[in-house]
Design a protein around this ligand. Sequence first.
Ligand code: ARG
Length: 582
Amino acid sequence: MNIRQFLDAKVAHALHMAGAPEGSAGMVRPSARANFGDYQANGVMAVAKSQGLNPRELALKVQRLLEAELGDVVEKFEVAGPGFINIFLNPQWVAGQLEQAYGSERAGVSQAQPPQTVVVDLSAPNVAKEMHVGHLRSTVIGDAVSRTLEFLGHKVIRANHIGDWGTQFGMLIAHLEELQKENPAIMEAELGDLEQFYRESKTHYDENPDFAERARGYVVKLQGGDPWCLQMWRKLVDVTMVQNQRTYDRLNVKIRPEDTMGESMYNDMLPAIVADLKTKGLAVEDEGALVVYLDEFKGKDGEPMGVIVQKRDGGFLYTTTDIACAKYRYETLGADRVLYYIDARQAQHLQHAWTIVRKAGYVPDTVPLEHHAFGVMLGKDGKPFKTRSGGTVKLSDLLDEALSRATALIASKSPDMDAAQQAEVANAVAIGAVKYADLSKNRTTDYVFDWDNMLSFEGNTAPYLQYAVTRIRSIFRKAGVEVTGLQGALVINEAEERALATKLVQFNEVVDNLAREGCPHLLCTYLYELAGAFMTFYEACPVNKDGVDVAVRDSRLKLCALVARELELGLGLLGIDTVEQM
Ligand code: ARG
């Protein structure tokens, strides 16, 4: 159950009963400090101001109404400051919530009502190029949000909008043709280093006029559907995606080949779209090109911004494709909501495309198109993350390094573990650490990539949380009981038990927040705080010690079991594995 939402509705209702207009917001938030209660309702002040009422009087009225209605749920309400209402949950009611959560595989998290169809645009690497760290962000954040939406019962369509179309394919095909002459088996083999393949193609194109001529010819033929060119193009796409799939599998992200919906897929739709934009009077001819002028955006000269949808030579653009793509996602995929995990630098591009989409009526306003932008990954020097020689960092190299660092770390921390287990733990830690480092930062800002921080067993890191899970598993091994087999009642007595319990019941609302905002760091922060509350509880409240009453022990074990379940579920939503022992 989402308690924040529940209280929010109750406060809003009480506000209305106390004389506020219908729809006034309760503004219930978790409290920042325990002496302000578990939650705080901040809605009174705004209403009092707009209605010319005395905020404290209104708050007291609301308090009385809430007391009458929420006697079981809330231990006490307190009016504080200019009209805040502090809410202290009743520990017995909290215990009841936790009993329910204990009996539920999903730790009591409610299903979304109504379930939606959500299209998530994620990963989107480019053909004949290596995936780099920018695609890491889109891939892991998009995957975590997709998993969370699925967990809540939504239908998620992962759309991997790969860059598989464009004039660069002329030179790539011409280069592949040359390699094939030298080595006919190349069509069966892998291309190895894609970055190098791309660079060589480009060099030939820039330096060899015959090659460039041929390349330009292939562009035209490819667009005209020439079978040989299409076959060469397919080879390039397939080879790239086979290599990328390996990275997805290694990263433990749920992206499969059938999720690929690249730019080429929209190609056939573009002429009709452009014709339609023209009919609707949105696109106009300008020096041979077709342009949509948007009043919403001003160019340098203060004039409406012109967005080209078709070039003079008849070619279409990245924007044209994104217009068709949004239309397709609504019309054909039936999206109720579309999330785009794309670099912040493409914000304007998306705004242009979507403004046209709305004007043309391709997607109604009731279906949100959301750019879930993210910043760039920085090196320790605060500059964009690069290799020592200044090149882009390949994702596969990054994962190799993570694994070798984690392998050394686990070997030194757990020398007695057998080799197979060490390898399993090292892999979970390596992949977990890289993903968590990304997921735990607010995606909207740039972040510094730092090996030592992310692999640390202390602080807000994957290894810290993975370790907390193993610690709880060992508590159960020691107690000789099954995690799911506890019978006695969960009772909250000590302050540390209460603090932990209050944290535990907030899981649902954190998961909901993640789904709404598409920000996995909200869940990371929660899991980190939960693990902290657990450590404090475990120090203060003995579980497996002599002299601890069996009923008390079992109640505490239930708390431990719930912590483990939320940590595992939470890490699972982030796409991070846990292990038995570390
Ligand atoms: N391929 C693009 C890139 O690497 C990202 C595509 C994002 N998705 C979209 N619908 N435009 O920058």
